[in-house]
Design a protein around this ligand. Structure first.
Ligand code: SF4
Ligand code: SF4
Ligand SMILES: [Zn+2]
Length: 440
């Protein structure tokens, strides 16, 4: 049964096409027809129509981009941002380099270029200034390529801090953090808040498939070094059908065992763009599938019903839940916040920020039954820091399942020196031949 209309693109030529959302007993599909390249159908939700329509959402009012560009060819071709966009952004990725010290079979950024591709410090400063003039300060994600191959990474963070950006997240494979003594401390001293550590599984076989070599020992060392430096870590597993779906529960348990250094897990079901050695399956991992894997593999520790969709972005982009770890090791789901869903799991240690973030949860802590003196802010904050854990994920879009309504609400942008702020799923969109709309 067709129950909704949408707009998408042809995976072959990327022209905009009308699309239909169709409900079947085994899931929700998006169908579209290119006059030149034929019919395409993609599973977008592994559940029934009721579960799709009642997915918990907290949609916020649309917010115009600051100084948005006029419409020219229309979405998704006018990014940077155009006036039809419906948020002003929240997180901005700076692709500091296209170099990498790995050559993963799966890489949305198709990393592997030479040093000449690095942004200069002067270009980065110009990007910081652009962002400040277009709605900043934003949360900054230092990305690549592998950003730690740049020796001036601490200087880049310091510069951003001087410009007034309050939150810096490093997206990294963790190799340099593991290998170089004192490096985590150096980044922390420069102003880094948190490390998003690529962490696809708990066996080397998974890393060999997705990253091209065994890496578990390096990941563990990176966690040890970040913990010693006081840097919060979020584990970021890419989950691919047929590769590591069976490790979702083990990854979660690994994260919990490494609290409080590990603050959460941010799952990313594999999207089929950029360099991707795996072919797209008929049934890619969707939000309900991820939640079912989590529930099935954690023996009652958490439940699919704990999760909701994002509030800042389109709710079908993401899922999230926060937990309090009780003294017996069980997890108590915390109330969902209206603005939840941001990819940045803040480890901001400013007292005021943390206090306001958790002030609504005092009752929850009291319910834990622990002898917790919530009248003391310091005790309360320390308990929150040591015992809360976030589980979230984002299902990036590719040319098969792209929904322009989701894209128009995207709040994660890539900073591009020519175009400005380009929504992540537009920036990384590639056709069946690997051609990109924006990435040069
Ligand atoms: S994704 Fe946003 S900025 Fe890009 S073309 Fe569409 S509405 Fe405009
Ligand atoms: S459009 Fe893509 S990057 Fe943006 S919020 Fe949705 S899934 Fe995330
Ligand atoms: Zn086409």
């Amino acid at each position: 049964m067709i129950f909704a209309r949408a707009e998408s693109v042809c995976p072959v030529c990327l022209r905009v096409l009308p699309a239909r959302k169709r409900s079947e007993p085994d899931g929700i599909y998006m169908d579209k027809t290119c006059p030149e390249h034929g019919d395409f159908s993609s599973l977008i939700w592994e559940g029934d129509l009721r579960s799709y329509l009642t997915w918990p959402v907290k949609n916020t009012a649309a917010e115009a981009p600051v100084d948005g560009k006029a419409r020219d060819r229309g979405c998704p071709y006018d990014c940077g941002l155009c006036r039809e966009h419906r948020t002003k952004g929240c997180c901005v990725l700076l692709e500091l380099t296209r170099r990498c010290n790995l050559h993963c079979p799966v890489c949305f950024a198709s990393a592997g270029a030479g040093a000449e591709s690095d942004l200069s410090l002067a270009e980065i400063e110009t990007q910081y200034d652009y962002l400040m003039a277009h709605g900043g300060p934003f949360n900054i994600q230092l990305s690549g390529g592998e950003p730690t191959v740049r020796d001036d990474l601490p200087a880049i963070i310091r510069l951003g801090r001087e410009k007034g950006f309050p939150f810096f997240q490093l997206n990294t494979n963790g190799l340099r953090l593991a290998m170089e003594a004192g490096y985590a401390e150096e980044l922390k001293a420069a102003g880094l808040n948190t490390v998003f550590l690529q962490f696809d599984g708990v066996t080397d076989a998974v890393f060999e498939t997705l990253r091209g070599r065994p890496l578990l020992a390096e990941k563990e060392q990176a966690i040890v070094n970040c913990a010693a430096a006081g840097l919060g870590i979020v584990l970021v597993p890419v989950i691919a059908a047929g590769v590591n779906e069976d490790q979702v529960g083990a990854i979660l348990r690994y994260g919990l065992e490494h609290m409080p250094a590990v603050r959460g897990i941010h799952f990313q079901p594999l999207s089929y763009f950029g360099r991707c050695a795996l072919s797209r399956p008929d049934r890619p991992v969707t939000i309900p599938k991820m939640l079912r894997l989590l529930e099935d593999q954690t023996a009652g520790l958490l439940h699919a019903s704990d999760f909701g969709g994002g509030g800042a972005e389109n709710p079908y982009c993401s899922f999230h839940a926060s937990y309090l770890r009780r003294s017996d090791g069980s997890l108590k789901p915390l109330k969902r916040r209206a603005e939840g869903g941001c990819c940045c799991v803040s480890s901001d240690d400013s007292r005021q920020s943390v206090a306001s973030q958790w002030s609504g949860e005092a009752e929850e802590f009291a319910l834990d039954g622990d002898l917790l003196d919530t009248s003391s802010l310091d005790t309360f904050l320390e308990h929150a820091r040591l015992n809360t854990f976030a589980v979230s994920g984002m299902v990036f879009q590719d040319a098969w399942n792209l929904d322009l309504d989701r894209l128009r609400r995207c709040y994660i942008c890539e900073m591009d020196s020519r175009r400005g702020m380009v929504p992540f799923c537009a920036y990384n969109l590639t056709d069946t031949e690997g051609r990109s709309l924006y990435r040069t």
